[in-house]
Design a protein around this ligand. Structure first.
Ligand code: ADP
Ligand code: MG
Length: 493
């Protein structure tokens, strides 16, 4: 723990303690215990089987795909997969929970332990331990804003498989919590076990936060439910930390309760007092046997794990000489990393590290810039990766300068044409013939004799002026290295 993470109140220092419970919807065609579709955005109540609707006598049958996804996720977050786990009933009454209980896992979850390394500023990483991952059903949705007197219920979501991933209370700042969710989302997307679409509710975060004096026991926490964006997570925490600080500094006590974040007001407010676990009367679901897994099944899934972001990042740094920052940006999304590697794979350059580094620059600044401007994703880049490789090759083999390359890129983006054809058609090849450059320089020095005099009598900053003149006359096509060299000779020699 670094002291810089402590906050200074009027009565002394405080440490913030944050633990997150992330609900991640499992990518699966059908629900956890029924064959109903999980497709997002369907007409209300069109994806509800008798099991989901809690009809008497219906029996749940566990969906193997959902369990495999949970195993895969457990492996991806370095957890231990338990060969035996148990489904429990978590009993509570709610209008959108027709069974009167949610099937979840309590004492024996499918995954225990695990960790992920979060990325902080200045290339610092911090390991956050994960307590557990368990599988459970989602509830339906109550809709209160469609009618002045009535509420509506949509059970499409009822019974959809969720993974609840619980962290240890090891985060100390809003930035760490945000970084944790980003990292977890990135891993889930790489694994293909949750789409991570927070706006659609596929990933929701319950935020537990408390304050304590450094070195003391954990303080009383508040839990902010269902935060559905990383930005809101940061805002909710900022607000909640300030609120608790004020209470504690005034000598008061934080009440353990559930709160909601209101994005329009940027504040949290009390929703209900915190239930204790025993209020749910958890007990093993008599309709379901314990979930028993074989070591072979787990091994088989392990063999399908993709290279995850941290490993990919380390490889990019090692093989391509990328900076930590560039590598982080490129691996955050699997599709971006794949695009990058396709470009690198098509490079002809003899110095692959130089070219790969240049490719990273072009992808991050020019391609991302254009994608942002037009609100497009990496899948929608209007030219194949080979064309970007060609552009980089044209720069590294001195056919065009980096500056001209920007114009070629603009044309490439517009037309999707092969960059060498663009260069050819527009006659943009760099001029590297020293004689041609020397002739132009001679002209300029003759015409600007006064400036030359000034330069020689002690105004070296005028050098740039002459370079500019050469480039202007040669339409930016002169090789800058050669221009510099000849100018040096002529002016100083
Ligand atoms: P529950 O399931 O009742 O919400 P848990 O004990 O399982 O409670 O904890 C849930 C989350 O709250 C975990 O992520 C844990 O790290 C976090 N947590 C527990 N105690 C505190 C605390 N005092 N301050 C902040 N976070 C906490
Ligand atoms: Mg909780």
């Amino acid at each position: 723990m670094s002291d810089s993470n402590l906050i200074k109140g009027q009565t002394g220092l405080w440490e913030v303690v944050i633990g997150l419970e992330v609900h991640a919807q499992v990518v699966s065609k059908s629900k956890l215990f029924s064959g109903s579709s999980t497709e997002f955005g369907a007409e209300p109540n069109t994806q509800v089987s008798f099991v989901d609707a809690g009809m008497p006598g219906m029996l749940p049958v566990v969906n193997k795909v959902c369990i495999d996804q949970a195993i895969k996720t457990g492996l991806g977050i370095n957890g231990t997969i338990n060969l035996v786990s148990v489904f429990d009933r978590k009993n509570y009454f709610y209008a959108d929970l027709p069974t009167g209980y949610q099937i979840s896992q309590f004492t024996q979850p499918i995954v225990t332990g695990g960790y992920l390394d979060i990325d902080l500023e200045d290339n610092v990483t911090k390991r956050i331990n994960i307590t557990r991952l368990h599988v459970e059903q989602d509830a339906g949705k109550s809709i209160h804003d469609l009618h002045p007197q009535h509420s509506y219920i949509d059970l499409n979501r009822a019974g959809v498989a969720l993974m609840e991933i619980v962290s240890e209370p090891e985060m100390r700042t809003p930035a760490e919590a945000m970084s944790y969710v980003k990292k977890l989302r990135s891993i889930l997307r790489y694994l293909g076990t949750c789409d991570g679409n927070m706006e659609q509710g596929s990933m929701r975060v319950d935020v537990n936060v408390s304050l304590r004096r450094p070195g003391e026991e954990l303080g009383t926490r508040a839990e902010i439910k269902n935060v559905n964006s990383i930005r809101f997570l940061g805002q909710a925490l900022e607000y909640e930390i300030r609120r608790q600080l004020e209470i504690l500094e005034d000598g008061g006590a934080v009440v353990q309760e559930t709160r909601l974040f209101d994005p329009s007001k940027c504040e949290t407010r009390s929703m209900r007092g915190k239930e204790n676990a025993h209020d749910y009367r958890y007990f093993p679901d008599p309709d379901l046997r314990p979930l028993v897994l074989t070591a072979e099944r787990i091994e088989k899934i392990k063999a399908t794990l993709p290279e995850l972001p941290d490993a990919k990042k380390a490889r990019f740094i090692k093989d391509y000489g990328l900076t930590d920052y560039d590598a982080s940006v490129l691996v955050a999304e699997q599709e971006v990393a794949a695009y990058y590697e396709k470009v690198v794979g098509s490079l002809k350059s003899s110095d692959i590290r130089v070219a790969a580094k240049l490719t990273a620059n072009w992808l991050i600044s020019e391609v991302f810039g254009a994608l942002n401007r037009e609100s497009l994703t990496i899948e929608q880049v209007p030219f194949p990766p080979q064309h970007l490789a060609k552009l980089v090759d044209l720069i590294t083999d001195d056919t065009i300068s980096g500056k001209i390359a920007k114009d070629v890129f603009a044309k490439l983006w517009e037309t999707g044409e092969d960059p060498s054809q663009i260069v050819e058609k527009l006659g943009l090849q760099q001029i590297t013939d020293p004689a041609a450059i020397e002739a132009i320089i001679a002209q300029i020095l003759e015409k600007d004799a006064a400036k030359v005099e000034e330069y020689r009598s002690g105004k070296p900053q005028l050098f740039g002026y002459f370079v500019g003149q050469v480039m202007k006359i040669m339409q930016g096509k002169a090789n800058p290295g050669i221009v510099n060299k000849i100018l040096q000779e002529k002016l100083n020699g």
